[in-house]
Design a protein around this ligand. Structure first.
Ligand code: SP5
Ligand code: ZN
Length: 342
């Protein structure tokens, strides 16, 4: 399987509040190093750099004003005299005005964010742009290069980012951008299966009203897991998209028994939809030792995930999302890919 990777991810490492204290993000550069090392060690296949895609390729998933905010936020923050990471601190919740974009950077940060897990640093735009380009390159290899599968080793991750907001370490929705690219280049139907521990609220939101992109997610129940405000079972899609969104929230402590059954259900749903291509938002924060999550998957369970996906018999683009037990994310992510290829 081809892997798409770039060192550019190193330009981004944010800060977040952990138990009320500002710390370096769990979403750190060593994550991608661990995954790349495992890809090389297991000789998964060639590792290729991304092609450069223009911002217009991100515009199916994101608004133009959000994209220009991301490109200029660091400069605006610097121009207002600060040099530490920029973090949002105020949000237009409920009855506050969310129809007007503020002019000052502090207001814009909150306007375009769902939480404070998305620091903007000097290298953030370049890193997130390259991460999206990796996903696009992977989709291109499948659609024009005739590859049956590809792995986009994306960092930063993307699935919490929606049409007009960032959140949960995510800025550009790499999986959604790749799914939209597939639709624009010949695929009639695309499915996105999100196996990250956290609900893929951004991807759900981007395709919520559409029947040409099916979204399915297995995740920690939002009653007690981030992102808390999205991912319930009754979110089924709207308008033309009604019936094309499937959430399978699972309780704390879920192990392979519960997880495998839910994945089986998701796979049946995907088979019935018969997409031309499947995008897998591959988070491995479902691991038993993940520091911020509460499922109990073991290393070998990731091989089983790959095997079940292979049985669908369709082309798959794997897009790396979360996973914070740095010692194991290489083994776990690559186990999915090797299980798929076995
Ligand atoms: C891409 C991705 O996986 N983003 C995850 C963002 C999660 N951010 C909030 C985490 C809060 C964790 N609280 C942990 C409580 C554990 N006892
Ligand atoms: Zn996650």
């Amino acid at each position: 399987m081809l892997t798409f990777y770039s060192d550019t991810h190193r330009l981004h490492h944010g800060s977040e509040l952990k138990d009320g204290v500002l710390m370096p993000c769990f979403e750190m550069p060593s994550r991608a190093d661990t995954v790349l090392n495992r890809v090389l060690q297991q000789q998964l296949g060639e590792v290729l750099p991304p092609q450069q895609f223009g911002v217009e390729h991100y515009a199916g998933a994101h608004s133009l004003r959000y994209l220009s905010f991301l490109q200029t936020a660091w400069e605006e923050w610097r121009a207002s005299g600060r040099d530490h990471h920029a973090l949002p601190l105020v949000w237009p919740v409920r009855d506050l005005r969310s129809d007007l974009e503020p002019e000052f950077i502090d207001g814009k940060l909150g306007f375009y964010a769902m939480d404070a897990g998305v620091a903007i640093t000097a290298g953030t735009w370049q890193a997130v742009k390259t991460s999206a380009d990796l996903a696009l390159s992977g989709m291109e290899a499948i659609q024009r290069g005739g590859q049956h599968a590809a792995f986009a080793l994306c960092r930063p991750p993307g699935h919490h980012a929606a049409h007009e907001y960032m959140g949960g370490y995510c800025y550009l929705n790499n999986a959604a951008i790749a799914a939209q690219y597939a639709r624009s280049h010949g695929a009639k139907r695309v499915a996105v299966l999100d196996v990250d521990y956290h609900h893929g609220n951004g991807t759900q939101s981007i395709f919520y009203q559409r029947d040409d992109v099916l979204f399915l997610s297995l995740h920690g129940d939002p009653k007690n897991s981030y992102p808390y405000f999205s991912g319930h079972r009754d979110e089924l899609g709207a308008g033309n998209g009604f019936g094309y969104n499937l959430n399978l929230p699972l309780p704390h402590g879920t192990d392979w028994q519960g997880y495998g059954a839910a994945l089986q259900k998701a796979c049946q749903h995907i088979a019935g939809y018969a997409p031309d291509v499947l995008v897998v938002s591959l988070g491995v924060d479902t691991f038993k030792d993940d520091p911020i999550s509460s499922f109990r998957l073991e290393n070998d369970d990731y091989l089983r995930i790959g095997q079940m996906l292979a049985r669908l018999g369709m082309p798959v683009l794997f897009v790396l999302e979360g996973g914070y037990m740095v010692d194991d994310i290489g083994v776990n992510a690559v186990n999915v890919l090797q299980g798929f290829e076995a």
